[in-house]
Ligand binder design. Structure first.
Ligand SMILES: [Zn+2]
Length: 179
């Protein structure tokens, strides 16, 4: 699984192993969140001592807000927990079951999160679900230029399986109507 991983720094296998463990856990938890009405994405923020600060799922449908992606929710929960809108002093890492969409990339950029780890790439998310993840030109390098480390394709097979289950179970895939 590890050879598939991509990153915007020289790949650090310790980080990959840690991220794999966390993301496999998120993918397992996600099934329960979905059964309770959440969308099919789950995110968590950890500090560099391995303490979980916040974990939240996509809640667009159950909280009636199109901005409530897992990453946006977890950033809000983290800032509330720490009492800070600038997280850059806390050395935090965000783990998420799919590549952040164009909105969430902006949210991550503004938050001061230092590292991002994701599982399923947007192209695959779009193929499997039909969600529109937006346009994201060269975001790996744009994040690198801003000192944000990114690792992708962590435990991707399991991530794809969870998304396929979501679609096959007939849960909602929402899409604003376009001409
Ligand atoms: Zn998003």
């Amino acid at each position: 699984m590890q050879n598939k991983v991509i990153a915007n720094e020289e790949i650090n296998l310790q980080k990959v192993e840690k991220a794999e463990k966390i993301i496999l856990g998120l993918q397992k938890d996600l099934k329960n969140y979905i059964e309770n009405g959440s969308g099919p994405f789950l995110a968590a923020v950890y500090d560099d001592n391995g303490n979980l600060i916040a974990k939240t799922a996509n809640s667009v449908i159950n909280e009636t807000c199109s901005n409530n992606h897992a990453e946006m929710n977890v950033i809000k929960a983290t800032e509330k927990a720490l009492g800070a809108y600038d997280l850059s002093g806390y050395n935090l890492s965000l783990y998420v079951t799919a590549e952040p969409c164009m909105m969430c990339l902006g949210g991550i950029m503004w938050s001061g999160i230092k590292e991002v780890y994701y599982s399923v790439p947007s192209k695959k998310v779009e193929e499997i679900t039909g969600f529109d993840e937006g346009f994201k030109p060269d975001w790996f390098n744009e994040f690198k230029n801003r000192g944000i480390v990114v690792y992708g394709l962590i435990a991707e097979e399991e991530g794809e399986r969870v998304l396929k289950d979501y679609v096959n179970s007939g849960y909602t895939v929402y899409q604003p109507e376009r001409e």
